[in-house]
Design a protein around this ligand. Structure first.
Ligand code: IDP
Ligand code: MG
Length: 153
């Protein structure tokens, strides 16, 4: 298998969980052919969200964002596959659902930027930082999906 594997951090935000969209989101990454390597269901603290969104700390919406993200459960996942950081962002759509095309997750399931249901790492560097912030090494599961040889030549 010649594919170069990448990992990305994906999280169904509290609004996505409350609206019953975890299954739909997992389905989209599964049906694409990506491999789930870690997952957990948790309510994050506001402090944890401040770390996660540290690069946005000067934005006017930062406090509200951290409150919203810690207001209810999150379904946090790490997915693996070739070119997954870029592809994952394409699957999510734009930050603002109003700019997201139908067919993308945000384009299909939400309306406002402040309630955009899903997070996905935007660069490989941020993916590494976010994965380390949310998951311990022992939380990863190592296995070979049976379809691997039919996804990568
Ligand atoms: P991203 O989630 O697409 O990477 P970022 O610019 O990193 O977008 O912003 C992080 C999150 O902050 C967004 O997903 C959204 O929930 C929230 N956000 C971004 N811009 C605004 C805004 O103008 N008002 C309210 N919330 C915002
Ligand atoms: Mg971002």
């Amino acid at each position: 298998m010649s594919a170069e594997m990448e990992r990305t951090f994906v999280a169904v935000k509290p609004d996505g969980v409350q609206r019953g969209l975890c299954g739909e989101i997992i389905k989209r990454f599964e049906q694409k052919g990506f491999r789930l390597v870690a997952a957990k269901f948790l309510q994050a603290s506001e402090d944890h969200m401040k770390k996660h969104y540290a690069d946005l700390k000067d934005k006017p919406f930062f406090a509200g964002l951290c409150k919203y993200m810690s207001s209810g459960p999150i379904f946090a996942m790490v997915w693996e596959g070739q070119n997954i950081v870029k592809m994952g962002r394409m699957m999510l759509g734009e930050t603002n659902p109003a700019d997201s095309k139908p067919g993308s997750i945000r384009g299909d399931f939400c309306i406002q930027v402040g309630r955009n249901i899903i997070h996905g790492s935007d660069t490989m560097e941020n993916a590494k930082l976010e994965i380390a912030l949310w998951f311990k090494p022992e939380e990863f599961v190592s296995y070979k999906p049976c379809a691997q040889e039919w996804l990568y030549e």
